[in-house]
Design a binder for this molecule. Structure first.
Ligand code: C2E
Ligand code: MG
Ligand code: MG
Ligand code: MG
Length: 285
């Protein structure tokens, strides 16, 4: 009968839900453990100057190789870390490891002008946490002068006045500031009006269309022109082939990042890559 069927369906639904909840709880525990063990690792993806095609900066990206589940993308575990308040711990781990690794490899300086660290929205919007992070960065004396913080556009949405303050505090400490995934939020232009940013990164969703889509090309070219007149560094994200690269160069786009130019790579490969000419690609997860 219908009532019984419905009851079974609900029980089944509950069981499914609780299994999901259990899995999630396990993943949260594993993530905490990975942070405590410092078993999260780092990869580095260069940013290239498009006039010389040499690396002018590097972005640090965190990696989690789960002992059982294998590779888990930061797009999955960073939102989880946000929910349970672990992003500050991750930022610390990232800054700490990057300082140690890049310092020992001796790659800082020369043509590398900055090392970019991603900071999540919840951390950025917490002034105390940002202050603590800035102090921690300053304690890494060799790395500190190079640090650039990348914030996705949506992170600044909540309170523009507060964002202005947080950013100027960072900049007063010598940390530069970049808007990541530019163009994907609703506030792109408002942000450029009110915030003094050092760099904007054009989101891959626009860059991937420059070759085939007139409208994407127009948008990218307008953002490049705007950045130029604001005297802000501009980076095209997600360049995957020679044709895209050529178009960006012709537009006068200053910098780019992407698999075609250089993949995110482990320290060892980064060092080799930086010693070769800037255009080779190397696989890493
Ligand atoms: P993001 O900061 O915008 O980083 C760019 C992402 O695009 C990276 O993915 C990178 O591997 C990928 N990518 C780079 N070039 C190409 C390309 O040519 N084609 C394609 N299809 N993808 C490309 P990843 O490493 O999986 O990171 C995803 C996001 O997770 C990052 O986006 C960032 O928002 C976040 N994330 C990564 N590391 C950290 C971290 O240490 N802390 C925080 N809070 N967030 C992080
Ligand atoms: Mg980024
Ligand atoms: Mg991005
Ligand atoms: Mg992103």
């Amino acid at each position: 009968n219908i009532a019984k069927k419905k009851k079974n369906a609900i029980q089944y639904h509950d069981k499914e839900l609780s299994e999901k909840a259990l899995q999630r709880r396990q993943l949260v525990m594993d993530l905490r453990q990975a942070i405590t063990d410092e078993s999260l690792t780092l990869v580095y993806q260069p940013k290239y100057d498009l006039t010389t095609l040499t690396a002018c900066g590097i972005e640090v990206l965190v990696r989690w190789h789960h002992p059982v589940k294998g590779y888990i993308s930061p797009d999955v575990f960073i939102p989880l870390a946000e929910e349970i308040g672990l992003t500050a711990a991750i930022s610390r781990l990232v800054v700490d490891k990057a300082a140690a690794e890049l310092g020992s490899a001796g790659v800082l300086g020369g043509s590398l002008t900055h090392v970019a660290v991603n900071v999540s929205a919840d951390e950025f919007n917490n002034a105390d946490e940002m202050y603590a992070l800035t102090q921690f960065i300053k304690s890494k004396e060799a790395l500190a002068p190079y640090v650039r913080i990348e914030i996705t556009e949506t992170a600044t949405l909540t309170d523009m006045q507060k964002s202005v303050e947080i950013i100027s505090n960072l900049q007063a400490s010598g940390v530069t500031f970049s808007i990541d995934d530019f163009g994907t939020g609703y506030t792109s232009l408002a942000m450029l009006k009110d915030l003094t940013v050092d760099e904007i990164k054009i989101d891959r969703s626009f860059v991937s269309g420059v070759e085939t889509d007139e409208r994407s090309r127009t948008i990218v070219s307008a953002i490049v022109a705007m950045a130029q007149s604001f005297d802000i560094h501009i980076v095209a994200e997600g360049v995957e082939n020679a044709a895209q690269l050529k178009i960006l160069q012709d537009m006068g786009c200053q910098q780019a990042q992407g698999f075609y130019l250089g993949r995110p790579m482990a320290l060892h490969d980064l060092v080799k890559h930086l010693n070769e000419d800037g255009t080779s690609t190397r696989a890493a997860h």
